[in-house]
Design a protein around this ligand. Structure first.
Ligand SMILES: O=C(O)CCC(=O)C(=O)O
Ligand SMILES: [Fe+2]
Length: 362
């Protein structure tokens, strides 16, 4: 059938509501509008390559208690983190010390923001990603082939914390509290990753991996026709590391070899994944894996992703393969880049599964 609708016009009309996907449901939509419909059915979108090694069916869970410097389990945990980072680049982390009330409070706060009256959340809606706090549906709305069934509140918490008054009241206090926990937990995980690379514990911190933190509060409304669209299209993350808090709905999947593996909700756990910039500075030792979120008939699903990156914060610092990891046998795979140049390239594309890293190969 010929295209009989003006896609650009419909995208703009949706964007102009400033009320996101949640706003569609609030105004009584009961079918998935065409701008969200994925051209190919989900079961056909797997790559066709075959592989002989048996696929793994789940990502590892790593218990990190007693893994502080000098702790009884430090070496065991570093080894488990190394293995996870080198294979799928994903693991679930338990016994991390962040109180369950803080985790639940953050999910509730995110939900409160997205469920407040549209007039209130509209105030934060913008496509100006240079703002430190903004609400938006689909950062690649005008580039992707199909929009995602998801809205997002983005708050850049470091290196330049927002004025408290700039954070939405619905989640202000919990965001500030959560961000402090993410600072501590990030420092800890980057130490483990440094040691997993055979470097001094402070190495990744010293090259500014922990300097920036962006907290993304995602809201995936229940979808009336979940097979027609996606919550989040295939992508890898444009950061050093992501620590993700998901609620109990499910739908997150990681691409492994020839299949998609569920990352099931695990109460009390965080999902940790390696980002593109970490793959780059580790010279491909650590893997930034593609992942996606399925749309769900039930919901809403709420998740809160902490991206460790300076994001759009002005900085001329160059990041490239860590010298200590290079040798004649292991020459640099990537050229150096600033985080902003990486982001500019990443966001010039749609989320389509192809790694933005390729552009930076030598
Ligand atoms: O909502 C999720 O579980 C994942 C979100 C995600 O992949 C992202 O923020 O990059
Ligand atoms: Fe992601």
């Amino acid at each position: 059938m010929a295209e009989t609708y003006d896609r650009a016009k419909e995208l703009k009309a949706f964007d102009d509501t400033k009320a996101g996907v949640r706003g569609l449901l609030e105004s009584g939509v009961t079918k998935v509008p065409k701008i969200f419909i994925v051209p190919k059915p989900k079961h056909q979108d797997l790559p066709t390559t075959t592989t002989t090694s048996p696929p793994r069916l789940e990502i590892p869970t790593i218990d990190v208690h007693d893994a502080e410097p000098g702790g009884a389990r430090r070496a065991v945990v570093v080894e488990a983190v190394r293995r996870a980072a080198e294979t799928d680049g994903f693991f679930q982390m338990r016994s991390h010390g962040v109180p369950v009330e803080v985790m639940e409070g953050m999910l509730e706060g995110a939900r409160r923001f997205h469920e407040q009256p549209r007039e209130v959340r509209m105030e934060y809606y913008t496509r100006d990603y240079m703002r430190s706090v903004y609400y938006m549906s689909n950062f690649d709305l005008y580039k992707s082939r199909a929009a995602n069934w998801r809205d997002t509140l983005t708050c850049s918490m470091a290196p330049q914390p927002p004025e408290p008054a700039d954070l939405p009241e619905a989640c202000r206090e919990i965001l500030m509290d959560y961000s402090e926990h993410m600072e501590r937990l990030g420092d800890f995980v980057f130490e483990l990753l440094s040691e997993a690379l055979g470097l001094a514990p402070s190495h990744l911190k010293d090259v500014d991996c922990t300097k920036g933190r962006v907290i993304l509060s995602h809201y995936y409304p229940a979808c009336p026709e979940p097979d027609l669209t996606m919550g989040t299209s295939n992508h890898s993350d444009p950061d050093f590391l992501t620590i993700l808090l998901q609620d109990n709905i499910g739908g997150l999947q990681v691409h492994d070899q020839n299949q998609w593996i569920d990352v099931p909700p695990m109460p009390g756990a965080f999902v940790v994944n390696i980002g593109d910039l970490m793959q780059m500075i580790s010279n491909d030792r650590f893997k930034s894996s593609e992942h996606r979120v399925l749309a769900n008939a039930i919901g809403p699903r709420v998740s809160v992703a902490c991206f460790y990156t300076t994001s759009w914060y002005p900085s001329s610092r160059l990041h490239g393969p860590i010298k200590e990891l290079l040798s004649a046998e292991n020459p640099p795979v990537y050229r150096e880049t600033t985080v902003i140049d990486y982001n500019l390239h990443y966001s010039s594309r749609a989320l389509d599964g192809k790694s933005a890293l390729d552009h930076f190969k030598v």
